[in-house]
Design a protein around this ligand. Sequence first.
Ligand SMILES: [Zn+2]
Length: 49
Amino acid sequence: MRENIILECTECKRRNYTSMKEKRNTPERIEKKKYCKFERKHTVHKEVR
Ligand SMILES: [Zn+2]
């Protein structure tokens, strides 16, 4: 079961990325350090639904 997710920047709250995840392996909300093009730096991005 793969599911589409949206990754939101925790600092500016912009939704910068879409991704896929395996719901069975990672039932919790994932966090990833990604590049935010609006702030032009790497920030933590969290899964939103
Ligand atoms: Zn940002």
